[in-house]
Structure formats: structure tokens, C-alpha cells
Design a protein around this ligand. Structure first.
Ligand code: PEP
Length: 242
């Protein structure tokens, strides 16, 4: 399982120190990985500072170009130099505010994989699509357009219904189960594929989500900023696999 904290444009240097302090009573279980995704300027520091905690540190996005005149963008080479295992691509906020299209996601994910970084590709339907009951087709086409061709391992898909992110509302557990099944079927050729759920995961709802046997973890926004909650969610995932 993978418990991933997307810190977005929150938290500062001192918060990473506080975060490490809250980890003192955490027994990391090697079947459940924890990863955090700080802002770019904090990445190198977080990676170094958390090195002895067995926690992965990842990037929130990357450029779809290898290098060159792309002011403000960050290359997969630098993310690789820092030692990141994961990089989120196509998060709905990046899609909305920074034009990360499916084509971008595919290109960036291809580059990431060429540097041995595992992409966490975000997919998910809008409220309108949910109302029209076309979620399944929408997810299938997102998967087709986002996942690089000819890959056979090392991929995480985060199913994040857009209407659930930051709203406190989650889908019916059965809906999560069904969409995860679709993703797993579409990508059955990928070894060690993880499909994680994201959207208003919290201490109250996480154990029911983790009980679904095709949920391989969670991508957590708001609750990952409250470190005690984040650790409680992690512990709930560990309980689930025991
Ligand atoms: C997210 O933005 O990836 C997310 C899941 O946010 P939240 O947990 O706050 O809904």
C-alpha cells in the first residue's frame, strides 16, 4: 500500500522539522509505504532531513520537456538527482490552473519512467460527468490518453473524483470499488500497478476505504497537513493488511 501526502502549496521548512518529530512513535510497516510531496524548493531539504525515517519524498509535478528554455519549470533530471521515487502528474489543480492535459501527462510520465521515477497519474471525473453517469467511459479514456504506451511496471494511478477533492464528500464505497476495478482491468498488463484513492480522505472514512480490496492506498491533501491525522490514516492502512 502507499499512503501519500500531497502538501500542495502549504508548509514550510520548520514544518518538515515538526513532521519528523511526530514520526517518533510511528512503527513503519514495510508493506505500507509513506510518501510526502512538498513544494519544489523544499524537496532537497525534505529528502535529506527525512532520510533516516524511511519515508519517500516526491514532486508534485514536472516538466514534460527534458531540458531547455522553459522558465519556471522543473526537469525530471533534477527530480531524479534529488532522489525522488515518485512524482504526481496531472493532478486536477495542475490540469485546471496549469493546463496539464492528458497529452502532457503521457509525455511527462514517459520521461519520469525513463529516469526510474514512478509517476502517480491522477484521473477522476467532474460533477457533470458523474451526473451524466458517464464516469466509466471518461476514466477509461483518461487512462488510455495518459498512460505511456509499452510500459509494463512501476505505475500508480490515483483515482480522484474532482467533486470530492477538498469538499469533505466522498463517493459511495461501491463507486470507489467499481472505478478501481475498471482501472485495474484497463491496466492488467502492468506489473505491480497500484491504484490509490484520493478525495477528502480523513481519519473517519479511511478504514472503510482501505477495506476495499482493490484500493492500494490513498493520496491525501488536507488531512496530510494535520500530521497526527496523517499518521492515524497510515496506521489504519497498516491495520487493514494485518
Ligand atoms: C488532493 O488534492 O489530491 C486531495 C485528495 O485533497 P483532499 O484530501 O484535501 O481532498
Amino acid at each position: 500500500m502507499l499512503i501519500a501526502g500531497n502538501w500542495k502549496m502549504n508548509l514550510r521548512y520548520e514544518d518538515i522539522i515538526n513532521f519528523k518529530e511526530t514520526l517518533y512513535d510511528l512503527n513503519l510497516d514495510n508493506r505500507v509505504e509513506m510518501a510526502v510531496f512538498p513544494q519544489f524548493p523544499l524537496l532537497y531539504y525534505a529528502k535529506k532531513y527525512l532520510l533516516d525515517c524511511n519515508i519517500e519524498v516526491g514532486a508534485q509535478t514536472c516538466s514534460s520537456e527534458l531540458k531547455g528554455a522553459y522558465t519556471g519549470d522543473v526537469s525530471v533530471e533534477v527530480i531524479s538527482d534529488i532522489g525522488c521515487k515518485y512524482c504526481i502528474v496531472g493532478h486536477s489543480e495542475r490540469r485546471e490552473f496549469h493546463n496539464e492535459t492528458n497529452g502532457f501527462v503521457k509525455k511527462a510520465s514517459t520521461l519520469l519512467l525513463s529516469k526510474n521515477i514512478i509517476p502517480i497519474i491522477c484521473v477522476g471525473e467532474s460533477k457533470e460527468i458523474k451526473i451524466k453517469k458517464t464516469t466509466n467511459q471518461f476514466i477509461k479514456s483518461q487512462i488510455k490518453e495518459c498512460v505511456p504506451d509499452n510500459i509494463n511496471s512501476n505505475l500508480v494511478i490515483a483515482y480522484e473524483p474532482l467533486w470530492s477533492i477538498g469538499t469533505g464528500i466522498i463517493p459511495e464505497y461501491e463507486e470507489i470499488f467499481n472505478v478501481h476495478n475498471i482501472i485495474i482491468k484497463e491496466l492488467s498488463h502492468i506489473e505491480n500497478l497500484k491504484v490509490i484513492y484520493g478525495g477528502s480522505v480523513n481519519m473517519e472514512n479511511c478504514s472503510k476505504i482501505f477495506k476495499l480490496n482493490n484500493v492500494h492506498g490513498a493520496l491525501i491533501g488536507g488531512s496530510s497537513l494535520k500530521f497526527k491525522d496523517f499518521l492515524a490514516i497510515y496506521k489504519s492502512a497498516v491495520k487493514q493488511i494485518i
